[in-house]
Write a protein that binds this ligand. Sequence first.
Ligand SMILES: [Zn+2]
Length: 446
Amino acid sequence: MATSSASEGCGGLDAASAALGLRGYRRQPPPGLLARTQDRTPFASFTATSWAAPLLAGVAPGQGGAHTVRWSVRTSRPFSVPVAIPPSAQRVLSAVWRGRRPYGAALEEVTTALARSGLKDKDLRYVVTASPEDIGRPMAALRQLGVPPDDFAVNGTLAGAPRRMRPALGPLLAIEFPVGPPCSAGCTPGCRCGRYLLLAYLHFRTDGDPGRKRAQTPHLFEAVVLESAVLCAVHGIRDPYALPGFAPLTEYLRTLMPPHEREGLRAQRVRLLADRVFTSALLLGVGASPGPRGPAHVMRRLLRQAACELELTGSPPAELGRLVHHADRLVRVPLGFQPLAAADLQTVHREAAAFQRVLADGYPRLALALRRDGTPEERARTLLWLRSVHGVPVSMAMSWCRDRELDVSLTHFAAAELADRERAAPASMSGTAGPPAPEEAGPRLL
Ligand SMILES: [Zn+2]
């Protein structure tokens, strides 16, 4: 479990967190990494519906606030890790205020907290999303705080915002930080070209109790501040795996990459490996182990994605144990955690061996199927079958196809996957068991 000593004292959010403490938000110990059972994702994620519930449980019904710094795990990106994508596991400063909290006061508290992390007010940008009847107040608050008109934008939606922070329930604000040049003349806050690091989401619930007239003032304020983006902003970079905390691991991973590979692909592999092995080490540390369902399936998927990437670089998947050990020693332990037990690393070795058996079994199956499958569309369906039934990662099967100079594109694969889902949809709509949620599926791994 992420102990309180491991969740405190490693920079970034801790100064910000202390600043909220000075404004009346009571500090709470971080809740555990395992999600509450009703959540779709098995680990606590800042996007989950019940993320703020442990904080709210500690606040009196009348008025008051609470804050904590806790780990969030969010794993859902199958194929690649682009430069500015947040890591699967990161710390999040989480704060709630129950009762009236004026927009200006709440905004000023969060920007003061960010200033304590090392970010100046003048470098922050804002995106506001709200219903027409709500939009005026947060805009007025930004103007009163002295935010210039060019530094905020109004957007219809905010990609990536937790679904519980719906603008229909009250105004939602994102705080961003630009790194690098604009993509075009129209590159304003909210542009998703990769320039704007998303530091925080702030949500003001104004909808009141069901059946009551819409409240004029917020009755619940919630903020999440994402440590990875804050640290990237402080260092003026967009790649979280280039941050000092990750650098020893990424430098080690770079030594494993084939020298002939082009730089872009090599960097992408390093990011994916760093992300998967660090997240695996973190989850092993809270007692997760690989298996077919729920948290165990997330664990298995992360480990196998890393093992697959190793195989694609020409390193044997058996190296996986060493990588997880390095992720533990170079990143996780410096955060204050106890080193992983030898039994945890044995678990990784067993999983790597099981994955090697999947590959050894999958290759002849693919070879046999390819003897009869002619078109790229048919091959894409074979890849889908290999993944769904036999657990062979798509990127691995594609690599085997390329070795045989057979064309299968991600577009063909995506079309085959969509058709498969549409075939499965009527069953789930009629109330019978549909396809399992991605995090709970059996052999479907990558
Ligand atoms: Zn842009």
